[in-house]
Design a protein around this ligand. Structure first.
Ligand code: AP5
Length: 258
């Protein structure tokens, strides 16, 4: 995946936070965890604006590979897209290579980072721990979004994406002003291939088998913060900010008591 670096079409989304030297507040280092379609990307966008943190979505990076021509795309990239289309996980070594290429941007971000869709396996989580320890960075929390499966499927089936600016809509919860057209750039919206029912089924199974074990992994590390994803995006966002504040207060109290 080395050719991805510097490619305008596959740029790291939302990673233009000010350098650490210009900031007064502590950077946030957060992971967003939860089943496909629970609303991680939506919350990451809101959080990245509020916290001035860099949003890394491995799913967005893989989707941006589609904009490359056949000659620009390496065999590894083509392979990654095939896994994604079927709703399966891209192999760990490809994902870790991709994240490593963007590691410097993430670590330079003065506002910190929000990892959305990564890590997704215990092996990825262990690799992240090792990389962060090397840079003396500790995760602040892992936000685990929870929603009943029926509501998740409704969110996925109604999702529409802009192929140009990647804006995310929902036909009922967050419709564009003109049906099928992006409010921001006017491009025709599309439905993600992996939001088709057969791929959604595979993604849910993969989530249960490979990603849900991370809940226990991060609970054992004392980092897990469970958040209900019920309600509007704004309600979930306010709940998230409150949960982060409560966690910060709890950590501060523990440090004073020591
Ligand atoms: P990725 O893009 O990460 O997909 P995902 O985890 O399946 O998550 P989604 O993007 O589907 O959903 P989301 O939780 O972000 O929800 P959203 O905010 O969009 O990964 C795609 C694929 O890439 C994977 O299947 C895999 O193949 C590969 N991949 C990526 N990372 C990998 C890794 N680390 N390892 C291996 N493979 C990897 O919201 C969904 C919809 O609901 C939207 O329409 C939105 O508008 C709406 N909505 C959001 N919040 C609300 C709300 N509160 N109320 C009503 N509607 C809402």
């Amino acid at each position: 995946m080395a050719q991805l670096e510097g490619d305008q079409k596959a740029q790291l989304k939302g990673c233009e936070a000010r350098p650490a030297s210009q900031r007064q507040v502590q950077p946030h280092h957060l992971v967003l965890l939860g089943a496909p379609g629970v609303g991680k990307g939506t919350q990451a966008e809101l959080l990245s604006t509020r916290l001035d943190a860099c949003h890394l979505s491995t799913g967005d990076i893989f989707r941006s590979l589609k904009t490359l021509s056949d000659s620009e795309r390496t065999p590894t990239m083509t392979r990654a897209l095939e896994y994604m289309r079927r709703g399966e996980l891209v192999p760990d070594e490809i994902v870790l290579g991709l994240v490593a290429e963007r590691g410097r941007n993430l670590l330079r971000s003065g506002g910190g980072f929000l990892l959305d869709g990564f890590p997704r396996t215990v092996a990825q989580a262990e690799a992240l721990d090792t990389a962060l320890a090397r840079h003396n960075i500790q995760l602040e929390a892992v936000l685990e979004y929870e929603l009943p499966i029926g509501k998740i499927v409704a969110r996925l089936s109604g999702r529409r994406i802009c192929p140009n600016c990647q804006a995310v809509y929902h036909i009922e919860a967050h419709p564009p002003k003109v049906s099928g057209i992006c409010d921001i750039c006017g491009a025709a919206l599309y439905q993600r291939e992996d939001d088709r029912p057969e791929a959604v089924h595979v993604r849910m199974e993969v989530y249960k088998k490979s990603t849900a074990p991370l809940i226990e992994f991060y609970r054992n590390e004392g980092l897990l913060v469970a958040i209900s994803a019920e309600g509007t995006p704004e309600e979930v966002f306010e709940r998230t900010i409150l949960a982060l504040q409560q966690r910060q207060d709890k950590v501060a109290k523990t440090m004073v008591e020591r």
